[in-house]
Design a protein around this ligand. Structure first.
Ligand code: 1OR
Ligand code: 1OR
Length: 275
């Protein structure tokens, strides 16, 4: 019981499992077994065949990649007491793409290749495939590694809005941001009891709702679906874990908002208040 409790806690934050329904999550929990690792141990070696998929219960793990031209493996990142790894070789039938080395001792939850493919392959691959085109066409996301875009695809939650439906309300607190998969949204703003003014439109390949996440303030504007709109929602936790590399670009776009705002509401608008 105690073990299952710990396991279901660890599994909650794994984006790859978001494509699963309740029963499948149960199957995942049943199938996972614990593996203890010691400091310095290579859990996965680049080039090997894939055996297990791992969810981190505890410990710090370094990620090393050695390309053809590299003399030594390069440290490309790490996991600090959370996350998962080892899905690539199992999903795509490829040799391990990286070496994962335990920096500290730790504990992992493992799932064997056969079970992973049986429960996860279809739904997770479908989701990655579904969002691949969208994410390749969002200019802001070009700065991400292909591997990072795959993780983003796992984390996205599909949402559909009917014509005219409100998506974001100015002044609300923020729980995530949106990418436009299909359709168009309109962005409106109200200043000091004035009526709402349309300030911008966003369509396929665009995004919105990032501002409040970057500034950690209330929503700066309202957003409505124009026709039917298909959106991909990224919650704030996934935003913080996955979009770090895009932060500079987002901040640059926010400077453009400020310039536009001046034009629309005149010089009186206090532009410092969106920061
Ligand atoms: P795997 O089964 O190939 C190694 O075994 C695992 O390392 C891999 O699955 C991923 O789960 C994990 N590129 C490839 N695999 C990575 C990467 C990665 N990071 C973690 N893994 N990159 C790092 C991106 C920040 C790209 C490096 C160029
Ligand atoms: P948010 O989290 O504040 C509303 O929720 C979203 O509307 C906001 O993130 C932005 O994604 C978007 N120009 C274009 N888009 C905007 C603007 C904006 N404000 C908010 N959004 N301007 C106003 C800047 C305060 C400039 C006027 C064109």
């Amino acid at each position: 019981d105690e073990q299952r409790q710990r396991l279901s806690e660890a599994v909650k934050n794994i984006f790859l499992f978001r494509s699963l329904d309740h029963d499948q999550i149960g199957e995942v929990l049943d199938a996972m077994f614990e593996r203890r690792v010691t400091e310095g141990e290579n859990v996965i070696r680049q080039g090997d065949d894939g055996d297990n998929f791992y969810v981190i219960e505890s410990g710090v793990y370094n990620i090393y990649v050695k390309n053809e031209n590299d003399a030594e493996p390069r440290l490309v990142g790490n996991y600090d007491n959370s996350g998962s790894f080892g899905e690539l070789a199992l999903m795509y039938n490829l040799p391990r793409a990286a070496t994962i080395q335990a920096v500290t001792s730790g504990a992992l939850w493992a799932m064997d290749r056969h079970t992973f493919r049986r429960i996860l392959l279809k739904s997770a691959c479908r989701k990655r495939k579904m969002y691949e085109a969208l994410l390749e066409n969002v200019p802001m996301l070009k700065t991400l590694e292909k591997y990072e875009r795959l993780n983003l695809a796992d984390a996205l939650i599909p949402k559909v809005y009917v014509p005219g439906q409100q998506i974001i309300m100015q002044g609300d607190s923020a729980d995530g941001m949106y990418f436009v998969e299909d359709g168009t949204v309109r962005i409106t703003m109200a200043k000091e009891n004035n009526e709402e003014k349309e300030i911008s439109r966003v369509s396929v390949g665009g995004y919105f709702g990032e501002l409040a996440l970057v500034t950690k303030k209330a929503r700066a504007a309202s957003v409505y679906a124009v026709g039917k709109a298909k959106l991909a929602f990224l919650d704030v936790e996934a935003f913080e874990r996955l979009l770090g590399p895009c932060m500079d670009l987002m901040k640059r776009n926010i400077e453009d908002y400020e310039n536009e705002l001046l034009k629309i509401f005149g010089s009186k608008a206090n532009i410092s208040d969106i920061r």
